[in-house]
Design a protein around this ligand. Structure first.
Ligand code: UT7
Length: 327
């Protein structure tokens, strides 16, 4: 049964740090090539946060766009790289936006975090806790990356994206459809930072504070899980695969996006990608890809848009909506 109060899209925005890091710059200092990075991942360049460009800072910039001068009465920030380990960063974002004492908290589901945050926001709206929820995905993921590791340096970048959700009717254009979410913690070690948390606060050796990734296993599971989760929401919504105009998947690897689209039976031109310019921005990935696609006219009002993500945890999920017309 559909909830009486749906969460309806009412704004979006994105923000990137200034500094561009090209494949050529990485190839000049690590044992890799522009060609390897481009053909294995689809990435040409990514952004790297400089001094002052923290997660809070990028989140505030993306959120200002999404709010366009309006207000929100709750803030959910998806991040796994908060400005401090404690407290959460969302209250600082809310304060910087002048939102007063609204509820504000972080959600950490790494690369799937934005979908988890959307689900949380939709719950706040359907339960009546809030009317307008600002949902932000922001990460300075390069802060977790070993600068000497050629298997992760080329992949990850920094950024933020935001959507504003308001209370509305489930039949409205822009109403968030069914949401499918999952986790599989037994495989946490496939993609993790060993030290820095409560189990091991101080790294035994410096590299333990960096992300390690078993890329090939993650790759295979990402395709299968995103396809599975996408099928689940399509079925719940009563959409056929052929109804989907755009597939906005977590931007981890262009080959993952293409393979997932193929598994679903979607045409290649349904795939929305900005990974060539931003790399994998973790929780920022989906809202940033949406903001870019709208700016470029790749996603337009009336499009049926399927969103899906997979990442560390492991976590994954999907949701969908019809893109609204906002004047
Ligand atoms: O955000 C969500 C989580 N992350 C992901 O979804 C990432 C998923 N994984 C991937 O995108 C891919 O697995 C990678 C892009 C990370 C790697 O691509 P791959 O096709 O799976 O390559 P591979 O790891 O199997 O490595 C192939 C070869 C290896 O050499 P050998 O063992 O075949 O001699 C690697 O050592 O490529 C080598 N390699 C590199 N060579 C040049 C790994 N990284 C690099 C590099 N430059 N940067």
């Amino acid at each position: 049964m559909s909830p009486a109060r749906a969460a309806v899209l009412a704004g979006w925005g994105g923000a990137l740090p200034e500094q561009v890091v090209t494949n050529h710059e990485i190839a000049a200092r690590l044992d890799t090539t522009d060609e390897w990075i481009r053909t294995r991942t689809g990435i040409r360049e990514r952004r790297k946060a400089g001094p002052g460009e923290s997660t809070v800072e990028l989140a505030v910039r993306a959120a200002r766009d999404a709010l366009r001068g309006g207000r929100a009465d709750a803030v959910v920030l998806a991040t796994s790289t908060p400005d401090q380990v404690c407290p959460a960063s969302a209250p600082q974002v809310a304060a910087r936006l002048g939102l007063g004492t609204v509820p504000a908290f972080d959600v950490n589901a790494v690369c799937s975090g934005f979908l988890y945050a959307l689900a949380t926001a939709a719950g706040f709206i359907s339960s009546g806790i809030a009317q307008r929820v600002l949902v932000i995905g922001a990460d300075v993921f390069t802060s977790l990356i070993d600068p000497e590791d050629r298997t992760t340096v080329p992949i990850f970048g920094d950024g933020a994206g935001a959507l504003l959700l308001r209370a509305g009717d489930p039949s409205e254009s822009g109403a968030l459809g069914p949401i499918d979410l999952h986790s599989e913690g037994e495989q946490a070690e496939l993609l993790w930072v060993k030290a820095g948390g409560s189990r091991c606060p101080v790294p035994a050796e410096p590299r333990e504070r960096y992300l390690v990734m078993q890329g090939t296993s993650v790759f295979r599971q990402a395709c299968a899980r995103m396809a599975e989760s996408s099928r689940a929401v399509l079925e719940q919504a009563g959409w056929m695969v052929g109804d989907v105009d755009r597939f906005v998947g977590h931007q981890a690897n262009i080959r993952i996006l293409q393979a997932t689209a193929k598994q679903l039976g979607l045409p290649a031109d349904a795939v929305v990608a900005n990974i060539d310019r931003v790399g994998n921005t973790s929780a920022a990935s989906i809202p940033l890809a949406l903001a870019d696609a709208v700016a470029e006219g790749t996603v337009v009002p009336g499009h049926k848009v399927l969103l899906s993500a997979f990442g560390a945890g492991l976590t994954w999920g999907a949701t969908l909506l019809t893109w609204p017309s906002l004047d």
